[in-house]
Design a protein around this ligand. Structure first.
Ligand SMILES: [Ca+2]
Ligand SMILES: [Ca+2]
Ligand SMILES: [Ca+2]
Length: 168
């Protein structure tokens, strides 16, 4: 009976999240499923054959299209303003990741094609939970909260205490 109750609350939570985040009647112990990152929006848009899954081939073609879109002056790098414009269009703004520095790994204020591709390929791989080389819709939805008893979070970093042993 308790398990059934939790399942119902989970569904209700998912529905609320989809409607724009009313938090009125949430069980505080219920897990929440949500899109954690705006790259999901972009990856879903790569499904060009409309089978509701994103294959690696579709993803590669999509990356090439997005690079062309992002590199507005076609100089082979993304400057911060280019990234911001692209992020606003494709990722829905900069409220949630991926952020510019997720791409610009050497922090030189410029994103190369290699950095762009490497970051997005890594994200494709991270989403592909069943490792079948294709992203289904369910692979984009993550559990962001876990039912947790109040006393569970008690972990303290284990520290070595030098000289702490008392020889009997
Ligand atoms: Ca597809
Ligand atoms: Ca550029
Ligand atoms: Ca998959």
């Amino acid at each position: 009976m308790k398990i059934a109750t939790i399942a119902v609350v989970m569904l209700a939570t998912t529905g609320l999240a989809a409607c724009g985040g009313g938090r009125a009647v949430q069980d505080r112990t219920a897990p929440i499923r949500a899109l954690l990152s705006a790259d999901a929006l972009m990856l879903v848009s790569f499904d060009t054959n409309d089978d509701l899954a994103v294959s690696r081939e579709e993803a590669e073609a999509g990356l090439a299209r997005e690079w062309t879109r992002a590199d507005a002056n076609s100089d082979g790098t993304l400057q911060p303003i280019e990234f911001t414009n692209w992020s606003n269009l494709v990722l829905g703004g900069s409220q949630i990741g991926p952020y510019r520095l997720d791409f610009d790994r050497n922090v030189d204020n410029s994103i190369t094609r290699e950095e762009f591709d490497a970051e997005l390929r890594a994200r494709f791989t991270q989403y592909d939970a069943d490792e079948n080389g294709s992203l289904s819709r369910t692979e984009f939805v993550r559990l962001v909260g876990q039912a947790r008893p109040p006393t569970a979070r008690r972990e303290m970093p284990q520290r070595e205490m030098p000289g702490g042993r008392n020889p009997g």
